[in-house]
Write a protein that binds this ligand. Sequence first.
Ligand code: SF4
Length: 359
Amino acid sequence: MGNAVATDNQLVEIAAKVNQRLRITDDDARWLWKNASDADLCSLAGVVRSRFHAPDACTYMVMRIINYTNVCVAQCDYCAFYKLPGADGGYVLSHEDVFAKLDELRALGGDLAAFNGGFNPQLPLSYYCDLFASIRARYGDSIEFYALTIAEFLYLADHAKLSYGETAERLKAAGVRWITGGGSEILTEDFRARHSKFKYTVDEYFFAQRAIVEAGLKTTATMVIGFDETLDERIEHLERTRKFQDETGGLASFLCWTFKPYFTQIGGIEITTSEYLRHLALSRIYLDNIPRIRTSVLTQNERALDGLRFGADDFDLPIEDEVTQKAGATISLDFERILTYARQLGYAPVYRHVANASQ
Ligand code: SF4
């Protein structure tokens, strides 16, 4: 009974902070994760969401991830996608391959592409600049593209022996507007030492992202959960993200998705959708300085839309992503069924077209 009273008091104190637009602490986040009910998390996430969005509002985009190469030297143990240089099955897409994928995207009603490949030592900076400039020349503003993830950007800068600032400027001159926050997974040094020791440190990640913002490019925050990360590691990731946003204001959105373990070196089982949704809510409550919180149809299918009740306001309808599909993700092109589910939940989804949105 005494414990129940203490628990209620803590919830009341945290709720009061959220209602007064005060920030929750790391300890508050830890407490919420361990003790708050789903209903409490939904309610608090709804308070923060309502500062940015009407209760029934949500947006979406039809997009494809273009995996331009699967050749990679990083050897992350959670990856089922990569091939080492010289191994059978390694590939690099030509401009024509990429154009065909973009044309198919447009035919399906989409207008956003996100490039994601590997740390391929055979690809010079000119491959990227030529590819992105040719896309901008061919499609103008009718398509937008996320050019690289931060992780690939780090490798590209190292490989080209250029500073992060110079690399960002070269890409910008080639027509690039976005470098997204992919390759973050869990942003703690311990996590990276355990699973991806060739994929750059957390400090390097944020150093590069700051250079990207300072070059006038847009960027986003991402997170992947469901490996072996601890609660403290999840909260450290959120803490570093919130701090970076305080300092730069450069993060347009936060997208979290779940690890798909199939055919990976570390294997394991997927976390439940319920755990994912609770984390989404916690992220919305904690990241009070990021207006757009995105839920992952790619890894949760239409159940991702339950995330709208847990604080999210935006989602992609993907048509392809080889990286997660290789590890077990399934994609449906029945967009209407997914959108109908959003409507059944009480939301009015609106397409966020790239031509009239800043993403
Ligand atoms: S996750 Fe990315 S960086 Fe890591 S091995 Fe796979 S392709 Fe390479």
